[in-house]
Design a protein around this ligand. Sequence first.
Ligand SMILES: C[S@@+](CC[C@H](N)C(=O)[O-])C[C@H]1O[C@@H](n2cnc3c(N)ncnc32)[C@H](O)[C@@H]1O
Length: 190
Amino acid sequence: MGTTTLLQQLDALTTEIVDQVPLENLIPQIGTSGLGFETGYCKAGEEHYRFLYHISNWFNNETIFEMGTGQGGSALCLAQNSTNTIITYDVENRFCIAKPDNVECSFTDYLTDPRLLTASLIFFDIGEHDGVLEKQLYDFLVVNNYKGMTVWDDIHLTDGCKEFWNSVTKTKRDITTLGHASGTGVIIFE
Ligand SMILES: C[S@@+](CC[C@H](N)C(=O)[O-])C[C@H]1O[C@@H](n2cnc3c(N)ncnc32)[C@H](O)[C@@H]1O
């Protein structure tokens, strides 16, 4: 799917559609991790899990990149279309749920992975959220003429993140009402 179509799909997405995502189906895989995928939890505008699960089906036979694996909840949601390959980066292994076969965990510097620029979707969720690593990745994607869709967590959390988000000149949407309460942004690199 091209970036224009992705933007149209994004603009048509509603909280009602996101809240229909059957997150509770993943409970057997999250076990006792405490991620809270029970019915009624992680609604659109509270957490980004249903949104990520939903958009995983906008991509087929594609590479999806994630920065900030954490316990693996977002990787699990992004992996719901099994035709896609999820490459998820962290600095330490905190993955504590059943790992789907189409998820690969990595622990080196994501900017050195040549597959990054081939990813159709990139989800950035690194815990520091001071805007520095966000800006570094954004600039890297601009300089390298990246084409695709990117999702950024916590864009309203800190002054650094707000400054980063306000500085973005590419096509962008604040989709916090569909994602995480601390701010979710989408930047389309056309
Ligand atoms: C908020 S958690 C990720 C949560 C996960 N995306 C989710 O929604 O379920 C942030 C993660 O970023 C990781 N992290 C911090 N610095 C990093 C770096 N330089 N590269 C990759 N991951 C990093 C932390 O170890 C932590 O596990």
